[in-house]
Design a protein. Structure first.
Lengths: 301, 349
């Protein structure tokens, strides 16, 4: 285990596969956060997205349909969040906890009901996304293997990051989303209903989390496992908390977390017990969270 | 019946209609036979030969109510500690190790094991408290993230150094037979439920009749007022989390000494005891005396669903879905103002 391992093409190739789901989900979370919706149900959003992606891919025979189904499923979660939080005035944390459990239950239930299996479903009929080789880039050392040959969802996530950055800065919906979070009364004065803006935010969040799920289930692998989001939604929540929902910092934090995630996967081969390597992403998240929180506290104190 | 009463009843009827409608759809999806499912549900939740299934429900109730009480201590004080799972695992793991490796007279080892489990649970909760109080990590997210290391460390301990290799499963050896919690005479239910009843009574007294309980509630309902009136907020935080964690650790100990007699990887995590406890306490709006009732209700939903799976082939995850749906519908009626503020302030985050 040494530095060689970090520039090993196979390792570099794997990093974006772990970055993508965290990044997409965190961008979705950022939209909610900026619009004043405290959405900690990202875990459930991703899980439903992953399940629906497999569903769409398996029954409609293409990864594109899978990604679309994942988006729709996760948007459904966003609508549920809107119904129970925005309309019925449920506490955001309570609604989030309930939706996370709902997602875990529903996906496991439908796995049994539709495919007749429990635990995991894999089948040759699940069509996954193939990597896209970018001519020229592939030959560049270090960057080449990392940035070329990834699934379309990775490139989309990068585009989405910058789109969100400019959206928040310039676009009307982006500005309204921020206003809904920072000064809803001002938004009302301008004749715009903040709740409606937040609803749009939740729909966008659902779409992004659906793609995050699709990356997990039909790009990284071609199967669905119960609970396959495995805490990534929570890591994305931390990324949102740490960055205040700003798009470019979200990209940086998600890259860091994704890097540790793939590193932990990588060092499974070198003799550490699997429990320790599995724990690494969560420990890294905790450490970054503690370090940044303590730093901020020392500055404000 | 006057009209005002009817008007208040209306929304609840609509909610019930929704809930049963969703249940109906879920059962239609799997082509379940309704009669069989219904009888399977009630038999498995409350029946069985010699009421064996009812005993299973009560045994589950013990653990769920314990975790609900653990969460309630924190929630009422305005502390959104959702790391009960980690505290439960820490308690169960340590209790099992004491039970397996401490030699001596059974009942004494049992007491040591339970106390050690409670200490471990409290320590794990305090870790989240220290992170919030001194480092500015919001309790909500800090306590949650600590669930993962707890689960993985326990999984490592039972998978490697303390594994009962001969059993073929990732689990510890059995705790010595002298430490097993006895059954209540004439039943198949261990006395762990008595311990939880004691905790429940204690929780009601704590909430209504003690200074600490009053201060905790003040901090939960009006944190600014609590701070302004000079309440020792930080000691209160630590005290509350220690109680919360100790109760979770107790539940872990009871699960080990009363039910499984060893620690098996995942045995406290996969049944979602901690999460069910959290939603059980949310269901009744954190009213102490009502928590055992909602805990029993959710336990019955779970064991009943297992029966529906056996008789009518309805996947038992239907229980989790319905629990979540119920919480979604009552969420609007749970006063969570203090909880939201907790999360948004989060000491500067």
């Amino acid at each position: 285990m040494g530095f060689d391992m970090l520039i090993d093409p196979a390792f570099l190739q794997s990093v974006p596969r772990f970055v993508t789901p965290i990044l997409l989900a965190a961008l979705g979370g950022a939209i909610c956060d900026r619009s004043g919706v405290f959405n900690i149900a990202l875990e459930g959003f991703i899980l439903v997205g992953a399940f629906c992606a497999v569903l769409g891919s398996y029954f409609l025979g293409s990864a594109w349909w899978g990604a679309l189904a994942g988006m729709l499923g996760s948007i459904g979660m966003g609508l549920l969040f809107a119904e129970f939080h925005l309309r019925r005035r449920g506490d955001a944390i309570v609604v989030s906890i309930a939706l996370n459990l709902f997602a875990a239950g529903l996906t496991a239930y439908l796995l049994r009901a539709i495919f007749g299996v429990s635990g995991a479903f894999h089948d040759a009929g699940i069509v996954g996304f193939a990597g896209i080789d970018i001519p020229g880039l592939a030959a560049v050392p270090v960057l080449g293997p990392a940035l070329s040959g990834q699934s379309i969802l990775f490139y989309f996530a990068l585009v989405a990051t910058f789109a969100l950055h400019f959206g928040f800065a310039r676009h009307r919906l982006g500005l309204r989303l921020r206003a809904a979070g920072e000064n809803p009364a001002g938004l009302i004065a301008a004749g715009v209903d903040p709740q409606r803006v937040r609803l749009y935010g939740l729909i966008l969040c659902g779409a992004l989390c659906g793609l995050a799920g699709a990356q997990l289930s039909i790009a990284n692998v071609s199967l669905f496992v119960e609970n396959m989001s495995a805490g990534r939604g929570w890591i994305a929540v931390v990324a949102v908390l740490l960055t205040g929902g700003r798009a470019i910092p979200v990209l940086l934090i998600a890259t860091l977390f994704g890097f540790v995630d793939s590193f932990s996967f990588r060092v499974q081969g070198v003799g550490l017990p699997q429990q320790f390597t599995d724990m690494m992403p969560y420990l890294a998240t905790l450490i970054v969270l503690i370090a940044l929180s303590a730093w901020r506290k020392s500055r404000t104190a | 019946m006057d009209t005002a009463f009817m008007r208040r009843l209306g929304p609840w009827v609509a909610v019930l209609a929704w809930i049963f409608g969703i249940l109906l759809v879920l059962m239609l999806v799997v082509h379940a036979h309704f009669g069989e499912a219904l009888s399977g549900f009630f038999n498995s939740a409350f029946g069985g030969r010699n009421l064996a299934y009812l005993m299973a429900t009560l045994s589950r109730t013990t653990l769920i109510v314990g975790m609900a009480l653990s969460s309630m201590f924190s929630f009422r004080a305005g502390l959104f500690n959702i790391g009960g799972e980690g505290q439960l695992v820490a308690g169960g793991m340590v209790a099992a190790l004491v039970g397996v490796y401490l030699p001596g007279w059974g009942p004494l080892v049992l007491v040591c094991g339970i106390l050690a489990g409670m200490a471990a649970g409290a320590a794990w909760a305090l870790l989240a408290g220290v992170m919030q109080s001194y480092l500015g990590v919001p309790l909500l997210i800090g306590s949650l993230l600590l669930n993962y290391p707890a689960a993985y460390i326990a999984s490592y301990l039972v998978g490697h150094p303390f594994r009962d290799v001969a059993s073929g499963l990732p689990q510890t050896f059995q705790v010595q037979a002298g430490t097993w919690l006895p059954f209540i005479p004439g039943t198949r239910l261990d006395v762990g439920i008595v311990a939880i009843i004691v905790v429940a009574v204690g929780a009601v007294i704590y909430a209504n009749n003690t200074v600490a309980g009053y201060r905790a509630r003040m901090n939960g309902l009006a944190p600014e007022f609590a701070r302004a009136s000079g309440l020792p907020v930080r000691p209160l935080l630590f005290q509350t989390l220690a109680i919360s964690g100790a109760v979770a650790g107790l539940v872990g100990g009871l699960a080990v000494f009363g039910v499984s007699h060893r620690f098996t990887d995942g045995m406290l995590v996969e049944p979602l005891y901690a999460w069910t406890g959290i939603i059980a306490v949310l269901l009744v709006g954190m009213v102490p005396w009502a928590v055992p009732i909602s805990g029993f209700f959710f336990a019955a939903v779970e064991t009943g669903a297992a029966g529906m799976e056996r008789t009518a082939n309805v996947p038992q995850q239907v229980a989790l879905i319905m629990q979540a749906v119920i919480i979604l519908f009552v969420a609007g009626r749970i006063s969570g103002a203090s909880l939201v503020r907790e999360a948004e302030d989060g000491d500067g985050l």
